[in-house]
Design a protein around this ligand. Sequence first.
Ligand code: DP6
Length: 324
Amino acid sequence: MQPEFTAIAHPNIAFIKYWGNRDDVLRLPLNGSISMNLSGMESTTTVQFGAELKQDSFELNGETQSGSSLQRVSQFLDHVRRLANSNQYARVSSSNNFPTGAGIASSASAFAALALAASKAAGLDLSQKDLSRLARLGSGSACRSIPDGFVEWLPGEDDASSYAVSIAPKDYWNLVDAVAVISQEHKPVGSSTGHKLAQTSPLNAQRVQDAPDRLKHCREALLGRDFARFAEVVELDSHYMHAVMRTSNPPLVYWEPATEVLLWQVWQWRKQGHAVCATVDAGPNVHVLALADELEWLRKALLELPGVKNVLVGAPADGARLAD
Ligand code: DP6
């Protein structure tokens, strides 16, 4: 057996969302996106290749995986084998310390950690850019969990030019993400299927066309630490993505009634002067982005709202790294 490598990566929350691909196989997105890595939540993944292994194997949170879950990992390992010019199978074991598949992007941290651990285990020493490109092939948003802190995914035009870069270090702005968990169930329609539906929405072309403006607005608000401007564009972008989802054919509705109540409540708090805003991914959970000094009351207030089962808190975090 070859030496094993273990990597850690965090999920990320997108302020400007990735939704829809120009190329589904290479995961070249229709638009750029901006996110922040989330501390506290993480995937830890160990990979070992071996000439004596007869097939790839994948264990997630202690359970042996088969079917589509194993297939996605194995297809990803094919990219690593191609880069390393290897034909050895691998043993992959991964764990997440947060709910999988419920609008907290577990695929992002999973494929970022897998990209780093598998490339090292295969003897490769990829640059951050090439690691981000590799992670993107596993899950689009995973390319954003490679660089540190606040990150922008440059959509690019081809495989070589589509990758993520850090636009500010983690300590640049004291934002937190308080994730109000409404459901821990696995989402009924995964993002990979959802991305394919984006182009069936009559609103999609407009959303994509305006994306550069929203990216600019978000980048400026972030770099200027201007919460009011930031909140405006983050909520607009989230609503825009869910409008596209809802008007797709067939329609995709990820929200639950409690999602709507929470969004309304966050909006009221902001009107009262609090630095809070909300964004929702492909699931019912509400990510409440806030300045860190709002966290104490916010966490308690969220837990008191109907349907909120738990609140997970993430602060800006580093990108993917090898475990000690
Ligand atoms: C709504 O990266 O999960 O969270 O490439 O098919 O794995 P795949 O999709 P994924 O899509 C993320 C969608 C989103 C928005 C975002 O994180 O930008």
